[in-house]
Ligand binder design. Structure first.
Ligand SMILES: *Cc1c(COP(=O)(O)O)cnc(C)c1O
Length: 363
């Protein structure tokens, strides 16, 4: 079986965890601090604040940027549910705009139409590891005075115009085991704004700077030193692993091109796509057979997944809340996408095997 995702964990992670256990300091301590320092440097920002999940990173980033009850945050409906839920957790209302067909990311031209007096932020997602089009996103945010919170949970190391994603606004990363690097569960907020960083640090730990003095109502969203120790090893390997994902994607692109009813992923000029997922579209007549294709690949030992089969505005409880948007590009993407294995443990012969099976199935 070639699984759709496979965390790479070895002797180094084992040693790093043993060291933490031997130290007796399991909760947030020196290792978390080390990971924050290294991650801030890696992304190219002044501050990084570690938390216990990507969802917590998004939630805290919103709160730390001043988002509160009654506010609106513009985002994409074509993402993991956590993106929009974090806005609800912050007390605000997600407002959805459609996506670009080629990158699956928020369409910057659609943002200004949905801006109201309540709009306080925009939350682009760098889906599958491809950067959202940040130049026009930053321009519209600047024009209307909006905060920008980047959901970079799938895009550790991705570049836009030579800059790492997560360095444009406040960034939120996830270190869940299937992501490009892991700490078990975990997340990180990145920012150049010292005040946002300070609020984030307080919010993750019951609103206190000084022990048992609580200035705001916070949470317990701290990362453990065990997780951070794993993360330090993983961060050291991230660029090499991303390089392997990119190479694998290149091989797949070459092997799957010119197939009728199949569109391979694009990488825009000026972008480094880190291929958290390699996602094809199955279109036209073949579209009705997407699930059949997935099933056939599965029966041939190739793991696949649909990210995401239902856009967020069509999820049952969003419909219950009264969302009735029609967002054609997102809805079409949900009915056509299929992700196939691209992670660093996929070998050359796996790729050749996958290409052969997919060509056979589609043709
Ligand atoms: C994984 C992910 C999250 C949430 O991260 P968790 O660590 O699972 O909480 C948020 N947004 C996107 C796009 C993700 O892929």
């Amino acid at each position: 079986m070639i699984p759709i995702a496979k965390p790479i964990l070895g002797a180094e992670e084992m040693r790093a965890v043993e060291e933490v256990i031997a130290s007796g300091n399991l909760a947030q301590g020196g290792k978390v601090h080390e990971l924050e320092t290294e991650f801030a440097e890696y992304i190219g920002v002044g501050h990084a604040v570690a938390v216990n999940s990507g969802t917590a990173a998004l939630h805290i980033a919103l709160l730390s940027c001043g988002i509160k009850s009654g506010d609106e945050v513009i985002t994409t409906p074509f993402s993991f549910i956590s993106t929009a839920n974090s806005i609800i957790h912050a007390g605000a209302r997600p407002v959805f705009v459609d996506i670009e067909e080629d990158t699956f990311n928020i369409d910057p031209d659609a943002i200004s139409e949905r801006i109201t007096s309540r709009t306080k932020a925009v939350m682009p997602v760098h889906l599958y590891g491809h950067p959202a089009d940040m130049k026009p996103v930053m321009e519209v945010a600047e024009e209307y005075g909006l905060a920008v919170i980047e959901d970079a949970c799938q895009a550790h190391g991705a570049l836009y115009d030579g800059r790492k994603v997560g360095s444009f606004g406040a960034g939120a990363f996830s270190f869940y085991p299937t992501k490009n690097m892991t700490t078990g569960e975990g997340g990180m907020i990145t920012t150049d704004d010292g005040e946002v960083a300070e609020l984030a640090r307080m919010t993750r730990s019951h609103g206190s700077k000084q022990r048992y003095v609580h200035e705001i109502c916070g949470y317990n969203m701290r990362m453990t030193d065990i997780g951070a120790a794993i993360g330090m090893v993983q961060l050291g390997n991230l660029d090499e692993w991303n390089g392997r994902r990119i190479e694998n994607a290149k091989t797949l692109n070459a092997g799957l091109k010119d197939l009728r009813g199949l569109i391979t992923p694009v990488t825009r000029n000026g972008c480094k796509h880190v291929f958290h997922q390699y996602t094809i579209r199955i279109t036209g007549e073949a579209k009705t057979g997407r699930d059949k294709v997935a099933e056939l690949l599965g029966s041939n030992g190739i793991g696949t997944s649909i990210y995401y089969p239902i856009p967020i505005h069509k999820q049952p409880y969003y419909m219950d809340m009264g969302y009735d948007d029609t967002l054609p590009a997102a809805e079409q993407a949900s009915s056509e996408v299929l992700s196939i294995p691209v992670h660093p443990s996929v070998e050359k012969h796996d790729l050749e095997y996958m290409i052969g099976i997919i060509r056979g199935v589609i043709e």
